[in-house]
Design a protein around this ligand. Structure first.
Ligand code: SF4
Length: 457
């Protein structure tokens, strides 16, 4: 059993190398997953440029993000004038269906009343303007995940209205990779479910080469679908913590339950056999359709791979970091394959991480679980616990390099490798890819550090 480390005795109280990203970045990803939507960041140029640069580096796709371009004057007198000009410019240049407006630290600190400003714009202009949706995303009060989930709720609340009978289900997958969303759509098609996925950036952030720059790439959840979220048979939502760092906020599925009495099914992110089984069970219950044989075969092959790779992974120690719901799902998978998580860390600060892991994962051994953690704190704990593998995004590379521990790159962001958008984590197929990645990373470490150049491992 691992000893639990009390990192609260640390020397620093400031955040150094944050294990989280800024809140409007999460909002921008959601807006990119809505058809014909342009994200507009209400703040200074630097915020939009940072978000744009960050997303392009991970997704390797053009990511247009507009800015209301705050100056010193705006910071004193408010951003209304700039917002009006920005809406005009974005409308002229993109002709979007929706402009998704996310606030920044600066506009939140000066206290721009977004609801009032947007209402004023709408009343002063004719009806021939794009839909305007806004979300409050102060970065000093959350992470990219709060921005992500708050935006999903805002956009659903803005449009959900159609109450005619429909046999669809809503899927709120949370912050997954485009490859995960593509796989989820494949599953839903195979199970013969008419599903509305919010957001759907499966193509937009993993697009084909056309030789032409597309201002508004094809794809994304449509306005019609957003309206129909109000009349689904059920809402399926992945993740237990979601945007619960603020107890006042609702997730999109919670909003639809409250406003339209749509049943909410809340599941772990389907990483690993147990969590993926729960997804297929839920789909069977909702639709009465049997899980197609294709997936029972994938499941069987995955179990076979677990057996084959058992000797390489069993008993190894891992450090896992990332978004709170992501690490919960990851630990559940690692428990399944016999890897002991010695540290689970997140920059998220819901205060729920420990409780959710204990309740939903029920790990076999004690885990050092820390939310509101930064990479310097992760490095300190890694030095003491000496894990065999680090599992997380590329921001932890410098720790892996310094300590000579291999890093299995998963999640977001991946800034130092190609294919971040193509990493598949979910379903039996995604779990298979993760299992191979983790097992092979451990094998390579053994091979590289052996005095003998073994060709068989
Ligand atoms: S100032 Fe705030 S909103 Fe802007 S980039 Fe920094 S953290 Fe994000």
């Amino acid at each position: 059993m691992e000893k639990t480390i009390d990192i609260k005795e640390k020397a620093f109280t400031s955040t150094r190398n944050a294990c989280k990203v800024c809140t409007p970045l999460g909002a921008s990803i959601v807006f990119k997953g809505i058809e014909g939507c342009v994200p507009l960041i209400h703040g200074s140029q630097g915020c939009a440029t940072y978000i744009r640069r960050y997303l392009i580096s991970h997704y390797k796709e053009p990511v247009d993000i507009a800015s209301t371009n705050f100056s010193e004057e705006t910071a004193i007198f408010g951003g209304e004038k700039n917002l009006f000009i920005a809406i005009e410019n974005v409308t002229k240049q993109y002709n979007p269906k929706i402009i998704g407006i996310a606030t920044t630290c600066l506009s939140e600190v000066i206290g721009d009343d977004m609801r009032k400003i947007i209402h004023k714009y709408k009343t002063e202009h004719d009806t021939n303007i794009p839909e305007l949706v806004f979300v409050n995303t102060p970065s000093f009060m959350g992470t990219h995940i709060n921005g992500f989930h708050d935006t999903v709720t805002s956009i659903v609340a803005a449009f959900a209205s159609n109450t005619e009978n429909r046999e669809s289900i809503n899927i709120f997958p949370g912050f997954l990779s485009p490859a995960d969303l593509q796989h989820l759509k494949e599953i839903l098609t195979d199970v013969a479910i008419d599903a509305i996925m919010v957001p759907d950036y499966s193509d937009i952030l993993d697009n084909e080469y056309t030789g032409e720059y597309e201002k508004l790439p094809k794809g994304g959840t449509t306005i019609k679908e957003l309206k129909q979220t109000a009349c689904a048979k059920a809402s399926l939502e992945f993740g237990y913590i979601l945007n619960k760092s603020n107890p006042q906020t609702q997730s999109a599925a919670e909003y639809l339950k409250t406003a339209f009495d749509i049943p909410r099914v809340n599941l772990n992110i389907p990483i690993g056999i147990k969590a993926t089984d729960a997804l297929f069970d839920a789909l069977e219950k909702i639709t009465n359709n049997k899980t197609p044989e294709k997936y029972t075969k994938q499941r069987g092959k995955l179990i076979d791979a677990y057996v084959d790779g058992h000797k390489y992974v069993f008993g190894k120690k891992a450090v896992v970091y990332g978004e709170e719901d992501f690490v919960v799902a990851m630990i559940s998978f690692l428990e399944e394959i016999g890897i002991e998580t010695v540290l689970c860390a997140s920059g998220g600060n819901s205060g729920l991480l420990k409780e959710v892991i204990q309740e939903k994962v029920q790990p076999k051994s004690d885990i050092n679980i820390h939310d509101n953690f930064d990479f310097e704190e992760i490095a300190t704990v890694c030095k003491e616990l000496k894990p065999d593998i680090i599992i997380g995004n590329s921001k932890g590379y410098y720790i892996a390099r310094e300590l000579g521990i291999p890093l299995a790159r998963v999640g977001f962001p991946i800034h130092d490798r190609l294919g971040g958008s193509r990493i598949k984590h979910i379903g039996y197929e995604g779990t298979q890819a993760l299992f191979d990645l983790i097992a092979n990373t451990l094998i390579q470490q053994m091979q590289d550090h052996s005095p003998v150049g073994y060709k068989y491992m």
